[in-house]
Structures are given as structure tokens and as C-alpha cells.
Design a protein around this ligand. Structure first.
Ligand code: NAP
Length: 312
């Protein structure tokens, strides 16, 4: 029979790794299950400047590497698997993955969120062939090319600045005439000579043979459509989407209470099922940041510890 862990943490982003660290440090047996690479969105963020104590200029992946090491140091076990179904009612919870079944007395859901598609015609055909959602992963591919960034929030503007280290010109396409990004981030972008702005605009469709070669953008105020083609010398350009995220919560539909796909919890990360907690970007909350995700993970792990202590 499979081992019954005190805690299973699903997801190894900042919330899951903090939960693993706190649970391990409380001498609970803990298993962290992650389907891909550690870090969630932070794994694809070039610079984190607002995590307290973060070393200036240090990257998201290096912050995550330290978190991973810390959770391991306190005894958190790891498995790489894609969970396909869950049974969360009762004293022993069961998670069924592609590789095996996992049992635990408590579960912390820290599955995060994934980037929203740009929403233009033919988008699927060009993902990985000109369209990207990860500047850190794909910027080097566009060395000395032109790139476009869709969005006006912190991610879009910060990633646009990162892309200027590679691309010869970066144009931010935003659906309004004002950015949503924090003022300090905006100021840096407005000063950056390689960044241009296309206001009140959305991408309507994308085109190309194999790679992205052209797109049609639409002015949302006038309805005017404009075709943008790659510089003939380049033949291609890059299009990066940073317009927010969708929660990774499909597994819990009809099981955990949700609002627009985000899991509802109380202030102590309790879901509607006893012994099941949610932490980080997956839950309904006002501020989705590394610092709040890590805090959620710590609270969830300590609540799991209290729950288990009271059961004994
Ligand atoms: P966000 O703040 O939700 O911004 C999304 C942007 O995309 C907005 O400008 C929005 O336009 C635009 N947008 C949304 N749907 C669109 C659509 N269908 N078509 C075109 N544009 C669309 O998302 P985010 O920038 O990914 O940030 C998410 C959270 O992480 C935020 O809380 C942010 O502060 C935080 N974050 C922080 C940092 C940092 O501080 N270093 C870095 C990255 C992210 P409107 O403005 O018109 O709504």
C-alpha cells in the first residue's frame, strides 16, 4: 500500500515550495508533486524586484532554485507527475497521477495559473513559431529582430524592457491609452528608447507560412484594421502575450468551491473540504505576487499541522 503522507502539496511554485518548507520544518512527512519545472510563472520571469531581500538583478529561476533547495533541506520529498483525478473527502485523500497514486491526510493545492492566450485568429498555429508567452525562454531567438508585446500590466511592461536587451525594437500593443503597470515600471519603459507604444489596439489575426510573418491589428476606438509585416530583411518578428493568467483549477471543478475558476478559501487557506487548503495564485485574493504566494503556503502548512495535531 502507498505511503500515507501527512501533507501532499500540489505544485512547486513559491506557494507550494513555501508550504513544503513549513510542513517539513514542522516534522510532517510531506510530498511535493509538480508536473513540470519548479517555479510556475516565476520560472519564466527575468527579474523580481519586489520580493523582500531579493538580490538586485537576480532572476526568478535563481530565487526558485533557492526555495527548492530549502524545501528539500527540511525533508520535503519530491515527485514529478501529472495528477489526473482527486478524491479529497474523508480522512485519507487520494491523488491519482499518470505515474501512480498518492495518499495524504491533508492536501495543499498550489497549482497556480497559466498565461492567457492573446485571443487573435490563427494564434494556435504560431505558438512557438513567433508567438511566445515567455520572454526569458524565447528572447534570445529574436536577437536584433523586431518584437511586439501585447498587454499593459506589470508583466507586459517589465518583459518588454527585458526584450530590449535582445530585439532592436519592442512595440507594446495595449487595448487602452494608459498602462495598468505600476508607475515606477512605466517610468522606466517610457525612458527606454527601444520601446514604442501602439495604444487602443488589439491583435486581430496573425499570418505566415511556417513562422509568424505578418499580423493585422485593430484600433478599438475607430475599428480601423492595419496590416503589419515583418521587415523584408528579417522575414519574421516576435509577438509576446502578457495579458494575465487563467487558474490551473480544472481538476477541482465540482469538488472545491470556486469563483471564476479561482479556489475560494478563508484567511487561513481552508477550502470547503476539511484538511484541504489552497495557496498562491490559484485562490481568490487581491494581490498575486511571490511574497503573497509564499505567505499563503506557510499559512496553509501551519493549518495542516494544527489540523493533524488536533486529530491525534
Ligand atoms: P494584469 O495586471 O492583469 O494585466 C493584464 C494586462 O493585459 C492589462 O493591461 C489588460 O488590459 C491587458 N489585457 C487583459 N486581457 C486582454 C485582452 N483580452 N486583450 C488585450 N489586452 C488584455 O496581468 P499581469 O501583468 O500578468 O500581472 C498579474 C499580477 O502579477 C499583477 O498583480 C501584477 O502586479 C503582478 N506582477 C508583478 C510584477 C512585479 O511587480 N515585478 C511583475 C509581473 C506581474 P487593461 O489594462 O485594459 O485591463
Amino acid at each position: 500500500m502507498s505511503k500515507i503522507y501527512d501533507v501532499i502539496v500540489l505544485g512547486a511554485g513559491p506557494a507550494g515550495l513555501a508550504a513544503g518548507l513549513y510542513a517539513g520544518r514542522s516534522r510532517l512527512s510531506v510530498l511535493i508533486i509538480e508536473k513540470g519545472q519548479d517555479g510556475g510563472q516565476i520560472a519564466i520571469t527575468d527579474e523580481i524586484e519586489n520580493y523582500p531581500g531579493q538580490v538586485e538583478g537576480d532572476s526568478g529561476p535563481s530565487l526558485i532554485a533557492r526555495m527548492t533547495e530549502q524545501a528539500k533541506h527540511f525533508g520535503a520529498e519530491r515527485v514529478s507527475d501529472l495528477i489526473k483525478s482527486v478524491e479529497l473527502e474523508g480522512d485519507v485523500k487520494k491523488l491519482v497521477g499518470a505515474k501512480g497514486e498518492y495518499l495524504a491526510k491533508t492536501v495543499i493545492v498550489a497549482t497556480g495559473a497559466f498565461p492567457k492566450p492573446i485571443g487573435c485568429q490563427n494564434e494556435g498555429k504560431f505558438v512557438g513559431k513567433g508567438i511566445s508567452f515567455c520572454a526569458t525562454c524565447d528572447a534570445a531567438f529574436f536577437e536584433d529582430f523586431e518584437v511586439y508585446v501585447v498587454g499593459g500590466g506589470d508583466s507586459a511592461v517589465e518583459e518588454a524592457m527585458y526584450l530590449t536587451k535582445f530585439a532592436r525594437k519592442v512595440t507594446i500593443i495595449h487595448r487602452r491609452d494608459q498602462l495598468r503597470a505600476a508607475k515606477s515600471i512605466q517610468e522606466k519603459a517610457f525612458k527606454n528608447e527601444k520601446i514604442a507604444f501602439m495604444w487602443d489596439t488589439v491583435v486581430d489575426s496573425v499570418e505566415g507560412e511556417e513562422m509568424l510573418e505578418a499580423m493585422v491589428v485593430k484600433n478599438v476606438k475607430t475599428g480601423e484594421l492595419t496590416r503589419i509585416e515583418a521587415d523584408p530583411d528579417d522575414g519574421i518578428f516576435g509577438l509576446f502575450g502578457f495579458i494575465g493568467y487563467n487558474p490551473n483549477s480544472a481538476l477541482f471543478e465540482g469538488i472545491l468551491d470556486m469563483d471564476h475558476g479561482y479556489i475560494k478559501t478563508d484567511d487561513n487557506m481552508h477550502t470547503n473540504i476539511e484538511g484541504v487548503y489552497a495557496a498562491g495564485d490559484i485562490r481568490v485574493k487581491s494581490l498575486r505576487q511571490v511574497v503573497t504566494a509564499a505567505a499563503d503556503g506557510a499559512i496553509a502548512a501551519m493549518q495542516a499541522e494544527h489540523y493533524l495535531a488536533n486529530k491525534e
